[in-house]
Design a protein around this ligand. Structure first.
Ligand SMILES: [Zn+2]
Length: 227
């Protein structure tokens, strides 16, 4: 991955198997990214970027002035995270099956029936998020169960307001917050490790943190990233 600097602006350049240049300015920090045809020469790329400079600056100004998006509407142009990566949402209204798909240019393509409500779109997204999270949990769970030498009977996902995860020690059941699907996989792993360690130590005491540090020395960083 290369970087292009024009004036004091940094542009991330990502060569891809595509025909046209695709330029995007991303929230929340106004990161500029250009997907370019793999064979395109540096000069053409740089010329293109320069010609788009006023547009880029304008987009950046808009993004940086925008308050953090608290309640998404699930409409085109919004940015939503999956496993720590920001994707631009593209909503298509179409009768038939609802669908969510990722594409190569970091879009989440959401297909919903015409006239859908915010609640309907949110439900489709949440169901999709839930499937994405459930698909990756077993690999981390198995790895850390082996590593720590514990076993859970069940790991479930739900939306939680104040916690990233909980562990029911008696039933050996883990609950993970659905919001973890938006965080980096390392953060998800951290929560899984944290909850599994509760099977060795119920309380957040010295013994608990000694285990945590032993199994995941970087946990403090991950905790910071998460909150
Ligand atoms: Zn805990």
């Amino acid at each position: 991955m290369a970087k292009l600097c024009i004036d004091d602006l940094e542009i991330e350049v990502v060569p891809k198997k595509i025909k046209n240049i695709y330029l995007s300015v991303r929230p929340p920090d106004g990161h500029v990214r250009m997907s370019v045809p793999a064979k395109m020469d540096q000069e053409t790329v740089s010329f293109f970027a320069r010609s788009k400079l006023p547009w880029i600056k304008n987009q950046r100004a808009k993004i940086l002035a925008r308050p953090a998006q608290l309640v998404p509407e699930y409409v085109s142009g919004e940015h939503h995270f999956l496993f720590g990566v920001s994707y631009e949402l593209k909503v298509t209204a179409q009768t038939g099956r609802t669908q969510v798909e990722l594409d190569e240019d970091q879009h989440i393509n959401l297909t919903v029936p015409p006239g859908s409500t915010r609640e309907q779109r949110q439900k489709v997204m949440m169901d999709w998020y839930r499937r994405q999270l459930k698909a990756v949990i077993p690999q981390y769970l198995e790895k850390w169960e082996r590593e720590i030498g514990v076993a859970v009977r069940e790991c479930r996902v739900r939306r939680m307001k104040t916690k990233w995860g909980t562990c029911n020690i008696r039933d050996r059941r883990l609950w993970l917050n659905l919001e973890l699907v938006k965080k980096s996989p390392a953060c998800l792993e951290y929560i899984i490790v944290h909850e599994l360690i509760h099977l060795l130590e119920r309380y957040h005491n010295d013994r608990f943190y000694a285990y945590l540090t032993r199994y995941l020395p970087t946990w403090k960083q991950l905790k910071k990233e998460l909150n």
